[in-house]
Ligand binder design. Sequence first.
Ligand code: SAM
Length: 275
Amino acid sequence: MTSAEHARLMRANQANWDARTPVHVTSRFYGLDEDLDPERWFAAFEWEDLGELSGRDVLHLQCHLGTETLAFARRGARAVGLDFSAASVTAARDLAAKSGLDVTYVQANVYDAVKALEGRRFDVVYTGKGALCYLPDLDRWADVVAGLLRPGGRLYVVEFHPLLHALGPKPGLGEGPELLLRHDYLGGAGPVHRDATHTYTDGPAVEGATDSYEWMHGMGEVVTAVTEAGMSVRRLRESDELPWPRWPRMVRTDSGWWRLPEPRIPLLYGLLALR
Ligand SMILES: C[S@@+](CC[C@H](N)C(=O)[O-])C[C@H]1O[C@@H](n2cnc3c(N)ncnc32)[C@H](O)[C@@H]1O
């Protein structure tokens, strides 16, 4: 696939995220009107890996409504969120204003981030929880991240594990509790096209652009892209917990997050790399 085709599919994704945003803003899933603690979106290990954030320049790539970006500002970081969806950036700015937190939001494609941020460098670049799957080319993405970090700066990716993307309910009448390996774990087979009137949150149908495109990226692809862009991987955690119950058979844990009953398999990973 050429870079022009990638650009066309990313434009479709941009329109889709603009169309999803009004549904997300009023959803119980994001709970924006409930003044909930933004730290609920983070696993405890993320704070350990991120280290002290007070006084640091933290960039959140693909920040959507800024629900996680706010947590960085609350911890004293100079927080910047970047997203290509104008509707998301507008909603994120409103939310930050309501919370009384000083966060800068920039509307741009991740691949144009160095230019959009006018060469500004960061101590931490954070991204994830449904971000990398919208990026067709991880080598280019990793080069962008390296260009955004100060020397010694940290990249932290917290993403849904590719094994999670590979699982799906056993086909049949309705969606039973049994999960099978149904989808590709490895990338390389081109984009996965979805045309969905309902997004992953509760709420009404999406009005407008319903087509979206996702790319699967195996762990090897992520780690290799990061190291080839000159960053060194310091930690790679795999966790069996998710912030919400992706499937009905998931059970709540002591942390308040959700896991599948046995066997224990990774559903989320956290990758720390230094530039
Ligand atoms: C699932 S959200 C991830 C943010 C956060 N973890 C959350 O769950 O709200 C995905 C975000 O990625 C953004 N996005 C997708 N592709 C992008 C790209 N190429 N450049 C910038 N933003 C992008 C979308 O607009 C959307 O806001």
